[in-house]
Design a protein. Structure first.
Ligand code: EPZ
Length: 428
């Protein structure tokens, strides 16, 4: 696997343009399965998670044309199978969106159980609760989820926890069900609203997305359409954090500032200047960072997917900060890597106590997952000396052209082919 070699100390300055939202794209692309016509999806991020989900549709029989690097035309009509490829699906958690989409179209879906993840157990009980409420039965055997029904019928569903995935999957199964479905305690993330807008562009009747009650009137047919995906809230937040960490001055373009409010608020609390424009934010830091406390929450709270990145800022802020991870059981695995760079962080379950230090120092570190990897890049950019970040395949799952975008801002970053590690036999 390749790695990034980064020489820290450069202030990031200039402009960066944000790509389409990963977590919207990997819900909208499976949703195309429900259409009876060709869908043209624009502002698709060029990232490996999108490549993977698109390949799964292709394997099911969809015809897919890459119009340009950020536009796909997908014709789902040739799809005949409701069984997703085990080999492809097992590598990617969001493959479980194929369950809702295939169930909605074929009244049957077979998809591999989603893998665990680097930050704890990732159950699907609420997804199954949604499907069951709509009249489906399911079997979990030999690592597969098999969901089937005679007919999907609308119903009321109260989610036990706020869950993006189960909200998405229930929406996908409900849009062509007979009758009305009401999802209560629904997730309100921007990508939920984006999916609802896409479904409605195909002719669905989804109301209330972005609130905790989503009402879906089932329709018989959904037609092809053209749709442009919203900008990525977390990619934007990552570049905002990087600008702040390096004491830089960056214009983050092609964003929806409202989606960034909780991130901007926390950066301002830390003494960072954030200026909002119609579709951009300018992030500048000219003085030392102040400590602050973070509690990750479902949207519109502070996003858990920004937790590792903000921890880097807190590790070089003045004073002691507390991070409460409110969503995942174990999303602090990156802390051990950050401590190799001199961060002073102690973790107890879902709480981390961060003692700010003067500065971080370079070290060889690993990307333990997607957002942790992005945090390691930020840490390396503000550390003194030359760091390496390994396992960058995690980062490329969700960040388009991360090397090019950071280099354009003045970061000293280069991708290096990771030499195959000699086996012990070879080494002796
Ligand atoms: C989505 O994951 C995102 N992934 C994650 O982003 C993000 O961290 C998460 O939402 C929270 O915002 C995608 O959108 C592809 P959840 P998801 O269902 O849907 C519990 C990234 O970095 N839960 O909202 O899997 C669960 O254990 C990724 O882009 C159940 O108990 O998350 C967790 O504690 C990482 N039962 C909480 O709900 C269920 O059936 C939120 O999970 C489902 C979830």
């Amino acid at each position: 696997m390749d790695k990034f070699v980064i020489t820290g100390g450069n202030r990031l300055t200039g402009e960066v343009s944000i790509s389409g939202a990963k977590n919207a794209a990997i819900a909208i692309i499976p949703a195309v399965i429900l259409s009876e016509g060709v869908c043209r999806i624009e502002n698709v991020p060029n990232i490996t998670d999108v490549t993977a989900i698109t390949r799964m549709l292709y394997d099911l029989g969809a015809e897919i044309r890459s119009v340009n690097k950020s536009t796909l035309e997908i014709d789902p009509r040739p799809i005949r199978s409701y069984v997703a490829s085990y080999e492809l699906a097992r590598h990617m958690r969001a493959s479980y969106y194929l369950l809702g989409a295939l169930l909605g179209r074929f009244s049957h879906a077979v998809v591999t159980m989603p893998g665990g993840c680097d930050f704890g157990v990732r159950p699907i009980d609420q997804h199954l609760k949604g499907f069951s409420a709509l009249g489906a039965s399911y079997k979990l055997e030999s690592g597969m989820v098999d969901v089937y029904c005679d007919e999907l019928v609308g119903n009321n569903i109260y989610m036990d926890v706020v869950t993006v995935g189960a909200t998405v999957n229930t929406m996908l199964a409900a849009v062509r069900a007979k009758g009305t479905t009401v999802i209560e305690n629904a997730a309100k993330e921007p990508h939920i609203v984006d999916l609802a807008n896409f479904l409605n562009t195909m002719g669905a009747d989804v109301r209330g997305a972005g609130t905790d009650v989503i009402k879906i009137k089932g329709v018989e047919h959904l037609h092809g359409c053209t749709y442009s995906i919203i900008p990525d809230q977390i990619e934007a937040g990552t570049y905002m954090a990087a600008a702040a960490a390096t004491g830089g001055d960056v214009l983050v373009k092609n964003v929806i500032p409202k989606h960034l409010e909780s991130i901007s608020a926390k950066l301002e609390e830390m003494g960072v200047e954030v200026e909002e424009y119609d579709d951009a934010v300018r992030v500048r830091r000219t003085r030392p960072l102040n400590k602050c406390n973070i509690k990750t929450m479902p949207h519109p709270g502070f996003p858990t997917d920004m937790q590792p990145q903000i921890a880097v800022l807190l590790s070089i802020a003045k004073g002691t900060s507390i991070i409460n991870e409110g969503i995942w059981d174990n999303r602090f695995r990156y802390v051990e890597e950050l401590k190799r760079m001199g961060a002073q962080i102690s973790v107890d379950g879902k709480v981390a106590v961060v003692e700010g230090v003067e500065h971080l120092t370079a070290a060889p570190v690993k990307a333990t997952d997607l957002r942790a990897g992005a945090a390691m890049l930020i840490a390396a950019m503000c550390a003194s000396g030359v760091s390496s970040v390994e396992d960058i395949q995690h980062i490329e799952r969700g960040y388009e052209d991360v090397e090019g975008k950071f280099r354009a801002l003045g970061a000293d970053i280069r991708r290096v082919q990771e030499q195959e590690k000699p086996s012990v036999a070879q080494a002796v």
